[in-house]
Design a binder for this molecule. Structure first.
Ligand code: FAD
Ligand code: MLT
Ligand code: ZN
Length: 490
């Protein structure tokens, strides 16, 4: 693999290098199966923690700590702070901006072993759990009790709820259930000085002073380590329907979305889109030997999911919606899932895109909030720009450019597949893509975060005053800057 490089970021000499006495301290807190220490010939054990999901970023950490309790984490963090050892908090390591892996020799504190469900109230639907619980494990636990996690994403089999909170992950149903800023009721956080900030509230309403937990939601590990999460979970819908439509223009995608809000209203639970290049890639990598549910000859596809409590009511609404789409000529073709297997098959065309992308090559991912009228233009503009530069096409360094994402949230994922990561390609894409986004007052990070990839890009979407307040907050909570350095705010 070739990894992306960050030559402009230098190791901060104020941070101490790991010494034998540091290792001894870690060993006094952690049992042998809770720690991995570089012994010169166990790189394979450290590698999964040093490399990210996309295989784009690679750090050189020499110690991975996997504590089982908040108290262990508090002791380790306190020691690191006193000794100026830099830390990277890591959950499931599915992040897409290089935030969860070290850049240099930072110590990795992983929540892999912090995975107990602490409490669930079946009347209010409040769930309290350790930060290292895997999203899908939580969802299965809740399914048995008639509830669900108000967040779903393609990485659910690996990502941790703590990682989701730390990135303020959006996912596939944000348009229905809202963001984690609304659903998280409380957090337990180990602060950089080792104190445990206990705020695992299960209250829906609590207007006593500043809502401090909000600072940690989306903080990407720069303010502390989230160790516990209290979250409000909705009832699991009794009836779910999924349909996928083929469309001839992005104008029609917008029209379909508009109609869906009017016709499906309270039962609309997802409105996702992808283009033909994304579909062909998924077909190639994930539908080998089986037929795609739809022909791959239309420029755009949308997936509409409805969910509610009454099957007949939902089906009638979906039927009316489809009739309007057809009569108005907004869609060219479509398919409705008839059972759960078909629902999963339709979702695979959308959820499988990141995996299919990573099987195609080295992927440059841009996660943008852009106003819907110009939403898809960035994909076309970028494709043309790379073609004009002579690097995009058959047997060229860039082999694919495609777009998909959460139309319902105004969030597009622009992906550029290259044979390998290279500074020449990066220079053609960046800062062009960020300037383009800023021109339309969009956001350069809709949901993935800034991480290492966009550590110095916050200014495209936030004012200097806002950035300076953020820096003051960081300085107040983490004066030694040990918590996830080189990321987020430089
Ligand atoms: P990691 O990758 O381990 O860490 C991510 C960041 O959070 C890092 O900065 C890390 O330092 C910090 N962090 C992790 N745990 C803690 C903690 N306990 N305390 C403090 N900081 C912590 N994102 C979306 O928003 N929507 C999607 O639809 C979506 N789909 C995805 C699909 C796939 C296939 C993949 C691979 C990723 C997807 N993502 C999506 C990216 C998303 O950010 C992550 O999947 C997820 O939220 C990160 O959780 P994690 O446990 O893997 O965190
Ligand atoms: C998605 O929507 O599929 C995720 O955000 C992951 C990605 O952008 O690749
Ligand atoms: Zn997404």
């Amino acid at each position: 693999y070739t990894y992306d490089t960050y030559p402009h970021l230098k190791r901060n000499p104020n941070f101490k290098e790991l010494s034998p006495s540091d290792i001894k301290f870690f060993q006094s807190i952690l049992s042998s199966n809770e720690i991995i220490i570089d012994n010169g010939n166990n790189q394979d054990d450290l590698l999964p923690y040093n490399i990210d999901w996309m295989k784009k970023y690679r750090g050189k950490s020499r110690l991975v700590a996997k504590p089982k309790t908040t108290e262990q984490i508090a002791k380790l963090v306190k020691y690191c702070n006193e000794n100026k050892l830099a830390i990277v908090p890591q959950g499931g390591n599915t992040g897409l901006v290089g935030g969860g892996v070290p850049l240099f020799d930072e110590i990795i504190i992983s929540t892999n072993n912090l995975n107990k469900i602490r409490d669930f109230d079946h009347i209010s639907g409040t769930l309290v759990c350790d930060a290292g619980c895997i999203l899908e494990v939580l969802d299965n636990y809740l399914a048995e009790r008639g509830y669900m996690v108000p967040l779903d994403l393609g990485a659910k089999g690996s990502c941790h709820i703590g990682g989701n909170v730390a990135t303020n992950a959006g996912g596939l149903r944000l348009l229905r259930y809202g963001s984690l800023h609304g659903n998280v009721l409380g957090l337990e956080v180990v602060l950089p000085d080792g104190t445990i900030l206990e705020n695992l509230s299960t209250l829906r309403k609590d207007n006593t002073g500043y809502d401090l937990k909000q600072l940690f939601i989306g903080s990407e590990g720069t303010l502390g380590i989230i160790t516990g999460v209290s979250i409000l979970t909705p009832r699991r819908p009794k009836s779910v329907n999924v349909a996928v439509f083929c469309l001839n223009s992005f104008q029609n995608v917008q029209e379909a979305f508009n109609i869906s809000k009017g016709e499906l209203a309270e039962i609309l639970s997802a409105f996702e889109f992808w283009d033909i290049n994304a579909l062909r890639m998924v077909k190639h990598h994930l539908f080998q030997g089986t037929n795609l549910p739809l022909e791959d000859k239309y420029p755009f596809y949308v997936l509409v999911e409805t969910s509610g409590s009454n099957k007949e009511h939902n089906e009638e609404k979906l039927h009316n919606f489809m009739e309007i789409l057809m009569t108005k000529g907004v869609v060219e073709d479509g398919v409705v899932a008839q059972d759960n297997t078909q629902i999963q098959n339709l979702w695979l065309m959308r959820e499988g895109i990141p995996e299919a992308g990573s099987k195609s090559g080295s992927v440059y991912k841009y996660d943008l909030s852009i106003p819907l009228p110009v939403f898809y233009n960035i994909v076309e503009d970028m494709g043309n720009r790379l073609k004009d530069a002579g690097i995009f096409g058959k047997d060229k360094p860039v082999t694919d450019v495609f777009g998909y994402g959460h139309v319902g949230d105004g969030n597009i994922h622009l992906n550029i597949v290259a044979k390998s990561y290279s500074p020449e390609i990066t220079k053609l894409i960046e800062p062009y893509v960020y300037e383009w986004t800023a021109k339309y007052k969009g956001s350069v990070s809709a949901e993935h975060g800034l991480g290492l990839m966009k550590a110095d890009c916050i200014g495209y979407s936030k004012s200097q005053k806002m950035i300076s307040i953020m820096k003051q907050i960081k300085q107040t909570i983490d004066p030694n800057g040990i918590m996830n350095p080189y990321k987020f705010i430089l």
